[in-house]
Write a protein that binds this ligand. Structure first.
Ligand code: C5P
Length: 401
């Protein structure tokens, strides 16, 4: 995901410095080449050797280190970086950079870079709310510097409140977003995900094996690329990515109400949810007793949400999914037409490495003009990126029509 990306991780002197180690692990695991710069107070909290070992690169600690200066130099590092992340960023370093002070390796390199700079502040709540700090942050934001706000919680200084370093995963996500093309900016994309639950009685329901992983990967990727994301989700064991507007639903009817209620805001709708096709005709208000050897349930068709969207007079760009166990292309082409969608993502759920529960998928993308694109086995994250490439391209083409 971050292959061939050069990231400079600036670590400043806060108790949260140890969490920068975890962030470094996430970055290297995603393929980034990370160069760490530590301020002298950061070295009081964590030894440079930890960062050096885990980044497999020398850690920069001094501005005028002649050997390092010859080999790399602070300007070279500033030029070479795709992104700077300062985690944790103290009130002190933020104040220095906001005032144009460049008196150590970190502040000098930041001053010299044209790469995006992302701060993850961590400090005492009173420092964080201090008007001088607020002005410094505002000033930096105005000049395009990026921030991952701290969380609320118990602070190391004993206070409760805002100032706790954001979780390494949250900072990692902000880095990926800052390095992603912003080709979905200005769009509102609604994504449905997960299964639906059709209740039989207060304790039983009809559902399916959908894990929601494909829909959640789409939501995460669309948000990275600048879209406002509305995630209408059936019951799943996943947490919604930060910043996504989550609307939780249970039944197909509830999903339909949520989708139809918000479709007017959307430029695209991606229906990755595995909506139950049938629902009990009547829900028993009390638990059905096991009296007889057989029990028949009368089922009625649920509303077809995608077809309902396809029938709208003005409709957003529509992407449907087709989970099949054979004759993929034929069934998917039929769905594209019947539901009046713009694109269908078809996958064969009879294969163990694709479809439900697993992290990988193998799909076929079908378009209205008859084009078919085969996507080989890949992660759901990678497939989400390809689907969104097409959403971005097709919606841009529509705009220019
Ligand atoms: O007809 P089928 O269920 O195979 O179509 C799958 C596509 O239609 C998916 O995108 C799914 O989210 C959507 N769908 C729907 N409402 C239903 C059933 C399916 O929107 N009741």
């Amino acid at each position: 995901m971050l292959k061939e990306k050069q990231i400079v991780l600036g670590v400043t002197g806060g108790i949260a410095a140890y969490k920068a180690v975890e962030l470094l692990r996430l970055l290297t695991k995603a393929g980034a080449d990370v160069h760490v710069i530590m301020t002298s107070s950061a070295q009081e909290f964590v030894a440079p050797l930890t960062f050096q070992t885990l980044s497999a690169n020398p850690v920069h600690t001094e501005l005028f280190n002649l050997i390092a200066e010859r080999e790399i130099g602070h300007i070279a590092l500033a030029d070479r970086a795709d992104l700077f992340v300062i985690a944790p960023a103290t009130a002190n370093v933020i104040g220095k950079i906001a005032s144009g002070i460049a008196d150590d390796m970190l502040t000098t390199t930041i001053m010299a870079t044209k790469a995006p700079v992302l701060f993850a502040p961590a400090m005492n709540v009173n420092m964080y709310t201090n008007p001088i700090y607020r002005e410094n942050e505002e000033r930096l934001r105005k000049h395009g510097y990026l921030f991952v706000p701290p969380e609320k919680g118990a602070l190391a200084c004993g206070w409760e409140g805002e100032g706790k370093l954001a979780a390494p995963e949250t900072i990692f996500e902000a880095i990926v977003a800052a390095l992603s093309p912003q080709d979905l900016r200005g769009q509102t994309i609604m994504i449905t995900a997960g299964p639906t639950r059709e209740e039989i009685d207060p304790v039983r329901f009809i559902s399916n094996h959908s894990s929601g992983k494909m829909g959640y990967a789409l939501a995460m990727n669309a948000q990275r690329r600048g879209a406002r994301v509305i995630l209408v989700s059936g019951p799943v064991n996943l947490s919604a990515p930060d910043g996504v507007e989550l609307q939780s639903v249970a039944s197909a009817r509830e999903m339909q109400a949520a989708v139809m209620g918000r479709v007017g805001e959307c430029t695209a709708v991606i229906k990755a949810a595995a909506v139950a096709d049938y629902s009990p005709a009547r829900r028993s208000g009390v638990k059905i007793k096991k009296k007889n050897a057989e029990l028949s349930l009368e089922l009625v068709k649920t509303p077809d949400i995608l077809a309902g969207l396809g029938a709208l007079e003005t409709r957003p760009f529509l992407v449907g999914f087709a989970a099949e166990t054979g004759n993929l292309a034929e069934f998917a082409a039929g769905k594209l037409k019947d539901k009046n969608a713009d694109m269908i993502v078809a996958n064969d759920v009879s294969q163990a490495d694709a479809g439900f529960h697993v992290d990988t998928n193998r799909a076929m993308l079908l378009f209205r003009d008859g084009r078919i694109l085969e996507c080989p086995l890949m992660t759901k994250d990678a497939l989400a990126a390809i689907i969104l490439d097409h959403v971005a391209a097709e919606t841009a083409a529509r705009k220019n029509d």
